[in-house]
Design a protein around this ligand. Structure first.
Ligand SMILES: [Ca+2]
Ligand SMILES: [Ca+2]
Ligand SMILES: [Ca+2]
Length: 267
């Protein structure tokens, strides 16, 4: 009958509409409240950072954060070895990329670690932030009993030049524009491969022949050693700031160097 048919039709349409609404609700409704979703996103972020920090701690033998901001000691925060350094001749503290940095006047100020422990031998990565307008000066000088330029990263009028094995390699890369730049130099005895990264990206790749690095030497920043732990020449003095200096006993892969540049919040 007609009237009954219309009622059945209305009931059927109501059921279809109801099912459709339930399906739409299931598809678009979040699995938790928006607060829960935000919390889980934060947890994922913290998890990724923990993995990144754990990776970047692997093989780290020296790490000067320079966040002291006072006194004449820069403490090493990598592992249990000593590797604390001393600020000399008016080396001061300045604002850094993360917290404080050390500042060199270009007129004989330097920082020294006399007697390194756990210095890398057959593979090394040296990373730091630098801010300078200086066209010539020493960024990182490591001298051993065998070679005063055992591992030297130098602004050499003007590209960054890397010394090892009794010779040097000019990278053609410059940083002295008065802005902060992240610099990473790596070397491996395997194939004598030397690389320079600038601001998280590979900028130079070449070779620098040499035997494995000899340990227990001296590190200076801001001045170049022409004798073990000394022999400073005025022409090698660096004017500018350095922050977050790291030495690893392995060659960091590109993705970790990019991560370092992006500067994760590691303890
Ligand atoms: Ca710092
Ligand atoms: Ca200079
Ligand atoms: Ca030298």
């Amino acid at each position: 009958m007609k009237a009954q048919g219309a009622t059945e039709y209305l009931v059927l349409m109501s059921v279809v509409l109801g099912i459709t609404l339930i399906c739409v609700a299931i598809l678009v409704w979040p699995t938790g409240s928006s607060k829960d979703v935000k919390k889980s996103q934060t947890d994922i972020g913290i998890g990724i950072n923990k993995i990144a920090c754990a990776e970047l701690a692997q093989g780290l033998v020296l790490h000067w954060k320079f966040n002291e901001g006072t006194g004449d000691t820069a403490y090493n925060s990598a592992g249990a070895n000593m590797n604390d350094a001393t600020l000399y001749n008016g080396t001061s503290w300045a604002s850094g990329v993360r917290g404080k940095a050390v500042s060199f006047d270009g007129d004989g100020s330097y920082l020294m670690l006399n007697g390194t422990s756990n210095m890398p031998s057959s593979a090394i990565t040296t990373a730091f932030w630098v801010k300078t307008s200086d066209n010539q000066g020493t960024l990182f000088s490591y001298a051993s009993s065998n070679d005063q330029n055992e591992w030297l990263i130098y602004i050499g009028s003007p590209p960054i030049t890397i010394y090892h094995g009794g010779g040097s390699t000019s990278t053609g890369i410059t940083v002295q524009d008065g802005n902060w730049h992240h610099v990473v130099a790596t070397w491996s005895d395997s194939g004598d491969a030397v690389q320079l990264y600038k601001d998280g990206a590979l900028a130079y790749s070449g070779t620098r022949a040499g035997a494995p690095i000899i340990g227990n030497g001296c590190v200076t920043l801001g001045q170049d050693q022409d004798l073990l732990c000394g022999g400073f020449a005025a022409v090698d003095a660096f004017a500018g700031q350095l922050d977050d200096v790291r030495v690893y006993n392995r060659v960091l892969p590109p993705q970790e160097i990019e991560l370092l540049y992006k500067n994760p919040e590691c303890p």
